[in-house]
Design a protein around this ligand. Structure first.
Ligand code: AHR
Length: 647
C-alpha cells in the first residue's frame, strides 16, 4: 500500500533531483576508469612507525635535532649495562657504512658483566610481537678489536622476561651485515629489542633492524600486513605518493628527491620529515611502486615543481612567503632527475635507470602512466618558471605520460585561478584540486563540476575531506562522490586525504584510517571510500535513479562496469529523513534478477573509534531486483546495489 501511494506520488512528481544534472546527463557517457584512488603521505607516522613493517625506531641512529628538537642519535635507544658490565658508548661518524648514513654507535666494552653490554630499542611505542611467530633481525657490525665477538639478540618484555632470542658471533673487520631469525614464544604488546655483546671488545653498530617474518605479500623490506591489507581492501584504482607537503618540503633543502630513496636501505639519504619527525625512506620509490602493483593501483608519483612549500618555516602564520625555488643553475639537473624517474619506472632493463629497477628485483616496468608536478603550490613567477621547465621537458620526452598540474590549496581563490590559467595555457592534461571543508560545503557544492568546460584540463581531486569522521561527514562525502561520478568525464581521479595516521602521533585530523602498533581502525569515511572504489564503473548512466522529491542532502548515481557488465546504483542520504525513489532498469538490457545490496547507516553523530571501532560497518544482503525498483532508504545512509549482467 505504502509503495502504491509512493508510486502514484512518483508518477505525479517524478523529476530529477538535480536540475543541472539533466542538462549534462542526457546520454550515457564514458567516465574515468580511474576515478577513485588513494593518497599516501608520510604524515602522522604513516610510513616509519606505520605502513613500513620495520619495528625498530631510529635503526640507523640518524635522528637529530633538526627532525625534532628533542631528538638525537640515541632517541628510542638505551645503553644497556644491566648485568654490571661497563665500557664506553659513543656516536661516531668516521668510516660509516656509507656516506649517506653517517652516524653509528661505537661500543668499547671493558667488562661484559653477567649479561653483556649493548643497546635496547623500544620501537614505536613498544614492539608488538606474537607467540609462535618469527621475526627477522639484522644488523651491520664493524668489529674493531682483534677477537671475534659473541652477541645475543633478544626480545624482552617490560619486566625483562625473554620472549625469544638468537646468538651469533661477529668477527669481520669492516662493515658486515648479520641476519638472524628470532622465534617469539609469548605475546607481548610492548617488547624491547636487546642487542648485547658478551665479551670485551670494540665494535661499530648500525642499521639494527627487526621485521615480522610475515609482511604484506611477504615482501622483503615490506609493509605491515594488517595495515597494507586494509588499504588494499579499498581496491583503489591509483595511489598518489609520497605527499602532500612532504613532497615540496620545508625549504629547498627539504624537497623530496626520489633518487635518495632507492637502492640498499643502508645507503639511502634519510631526512627530516616536514611533519616534524624523521624519514628513514625505508619505504622509498621502489617500495611505493611495488606496493602500488601489489594492491592493483596505478602509481601516481608527485614531484616538487622545483619550489619548496609556501608554508616553509611555518610561514602560513604570517602570510605564505616561504616558497623558494631550486636555483636556476640546478634546474637542468632537477629536470633530468624527473626524466630519470620515468626511465626508472618504465625503461628497459638495458637503460641506466631501468637497470637499477631490475637490480632492486623488478625487471618488468611499473607501467607509470601518471606524474604529478607540484603540490598545491603558490602560483608565483618562481613557481611558474620552474613548472614550465619541468612540464615542457617531460611532455616532450614522454608524451605518453599524463601530467597532473597543481592549482593551489583551496577550491577557489588566487592560486586556484592562476593555476587554472597556467594549466589551460599549457594544455596540461589534468590539474590537482585540493579542499578540506565542512560537510555542509560538500552538500552545497554537488554541482561544482557541472559547468566545467570539458575542453579544458581535466580534474584530479587529489586531496579532499570534510572536517570529521562521523557518519554525517562520511555521507556528505558520499553525496559529493555520486556527483563526482556524474562528472566522471571531467573529474578523472579523486582521493580522500590523509590516508592513515598512528594514534598518538597525528599531525593532521581527520584521517581515513587510524592505527596503533597492533590494531587498525577504519573510519566510517573509509567504508564510504571502499564502497565507491570497489563499485566503480566506466560508464555513467543518467536518469536511471529518480527521487520522489528534490533533496539537497542526497545524491545518487548509476554506473556500469564495462569489464563485468555489472550495473551499480549508489544512493547517498545525508539527510535526517527517509528517502524515496525509483530506479528504472528496464532500459539497461538483460540484468540478473538478484543483486547485492550493501548499506552503511546509523546515527549521524556516530564515529568508529579505537574504543568503539565497529559502530558503523557496511552490511551486505542479496535482494530481488525488479526492472522498476521502488526504494526507500533510511535517514543517514549509503546504499549500494550491484547487479550482475543477465545471461
Ligand atoms: O593532507 C595533508 C596536507 O594537506 C598535505 O600534505 C597538503 O598537500 C595539504 O595541505
Amino acid at each position: 500500500m505504502r509503495y502504491g501511494a509512493l508510486l502514484l506520488m512518483a508518477a505525479l512528481m517524478q523529476f530529477d533531483a538535480f536540475a543541472q544534472q539533466k542538462a549534462i546527463d542526457a546520454k550515457p557517457k564514458k567516465i574515468s576508469p580511474d576515478l577513485f584512488g588513494i593518497f599516501f603521505e608520510d604524515l602522522s607516522y604513516a610510513a616509519d612507525g606505520g605502513l613500513y613493517a620495520e619495528l625498530v625506531q631510529n635503526r640507523s641512529f640518524e635522528y637529530n635535532p633538526a627532525d625534532n628538537r628533542d631528538w638525537n642519535s640515541m632517541t628510542a635507544w638505551k645503553y644497556q649495562t644491566d648485568g654490571f658490565g661497563y665500557g664506553t658508548i659513543s656516536v661516531e661518524t668516521a668510516n660509516p657504512i656509507h656516506q649517506n648514513n653517517p652516524h653509528y654507535i661505537l661500543l668499547d666494552i671493558q667488562d661484559a658483566g653477567q649479561k653483556g653490554v649493548g643497546l635496547e630499542n623500544g620501537g614505536f611505542d613498544g614492539i608488538p610481537v606474537r607467540g609462535g611467530k618469527y621475526y627477522n633481525f639484522s644488523v651491520f657490525l664493524n668489529v674493531i678489536s682483534s677477537q671475534p665477538l659473541p652477541l645475543t639478540v633478544s626480545l624482552v618484555d617490560t619486566k625483562g622476561r625473554e620472549l625469544g632470542t638468537a646468538s651469533f658471533t661477529a668477527s669481520a673487520k669492516g662493515w658486515k651485515k648479520y641476519s638472524e631469525k628470532i622465534k617469539v614464544n609469548f605475546d607481548e604488546d610492548s617488547a624491547m629489542l636487546q642487542l648485547l655483546v658478551k665479551s670485551p671488545g670494540k665494535v661499530g653498530i648500525d642499521m639494527v633492524s627487526l621485521f615480522p617474518e610475515e609482511t604484506f605479500k611477504n615482501r622483503e623490506n615490506g609493509m605491515r600486513a594488517d595495515l597494507a591489507q586494509t588499504i588494499a581492501d579499498i581496491k583503489p584504482k591509483f595511489m598518489r605518493f609520497p605527499g602532500g607537503c612532504l613532497t615540496h618540503g620545508d625549504g629547498v633543502a627539504n624537497i623530496y628527491h626520489w633518487k635518495n630513496t632507492i637502492g640498499p636501505v643502508e645507503q639511502r639519504v634519510e631526512q627530516r620529515n616536514i611533519w616534524n619527525y624523521h624519514q628513514s625512506v625505508g619505504i622509498g620509490y621502489y617500495e611505493y611502486f611495488r606496493f602500488c602493483e601489489d594492491i592493483g593501483a596505478k602509481p601516481v608519483p608527485v614531484v616538487a615543481a622545483g619550489v619548496s612549500c609556501q608554508n616553509s618555516g611555518g610561514t602560513w602564520k604570517i602570510g605564505s612567503t616561504g616558497q623558494k625555488g631550486i636555483p636556476m643553475e640546478d634546474m637542468d639537473a632537477y629536470v633530468q632527475d624527473i626524466l630519470d624517474l620515468v626511465e626508472y619506472a618504465n625503461g628497459p632493463v638495458t637503460s641506466t635507470w631501468g637497470a637499477k629497477r631490475a637490480a632492486a628485483g623488478h625487471p618488468a616496468p611499473f607501467n607509470l602512466e601518471y606524474l604529478g608536478i607540484g603540490n598545491e603550490d603558490k602560483i608565483t613567477g618562481v613557481f611558474e618558471e620552474r613548472f614550465r621547465m619541468i612540464y615542457d621537458a617531460v611532455h616532450k620526452a614522454h608524451p605518453e605520460i599524463k601530467i597532473i598540474g597543481t592549482v593551489g590549496p583551496s577550491p577557489n581563490g588566487e592560486d586556484f585561478d592562476k593555476g587554472w590559467k597556467l594549466a589551460n595555457q599549457l594544455a596540461v592534461g589534468t590539474v590537482d584540486e585540493h579542499y578540506y571543508e565542512k560537510p555542509e560545503w560538500f552538500l552545497k557544492n554537488t554541482s561544482r563540476y557541472d559547468g566545467y568546460n570539458r575542453l579544458n584540463s581535466k580534474v584530479y581531486v587529489g586531496e579532499y575531506a570534510s572536517w570529521g569522521n562521523t557518519l554525517f561527514n562520511a555521507l556528505a562525502e558520499a553525496v559529493y562522490m555520486t556527483n563526482l561520478e556524474r562528472n566522471g568525464d571531467v573529474v578523472r581521479m579523486a582521493s580522500y586525504a590523509p590516508l592513515i595516521a598512528r594514534i598518538g602521533h597525528t599531525s593532521w585530523n581527520p584521517n581515513l584510517i587510524y592505527f596503533d602498533g597492533k590494531h587498525v581502525f577504519p573510519t566510517v569515511n573509509y567504508y564510504v571510500q571502499q564502497q565507491f572504489a570497489s563499485n566503480a564503473g566506466d560508464e555513467y548512466l543518467p536518469g536511471i535513479i529518480n527521487f520522489t522529491s528534490a533533496d539537497t542532502t542526497a545524491g545518487a548515481s548509476c554506473v556500469k562496469d564495462s569489464v563485468t557488465g555489472d550495473v551499480i546504483l549508489k544512493i547517498a542520504n545525508a539527510g535526517s529523513t527517509q528517502l524515496f525513489g525509483t530506479a528504472n532498469l528496464a532500459k539497461l538490457g538483460k540484468l540478473a534478477q538478484k543483486a547485492t545490496f550493501t548499506i552503511i547507516c546509523g546515527d549521524a553523530k556516530v564515529a568508529n573509534t579505537a574504543a568503539h571501532p565497529a559502530e558503523v560497518l557496511p552490511k551486505t544482503t542479496v535482494i530481488n531486483m525488479p526492472k522498476q525498483w521502488k526504494f526507500t532508504v533510511p535517514a543517514y545512509s549509503l546504499s549500494i546495489v550491484r547487479i550482475k549482467a543477465g545471461k
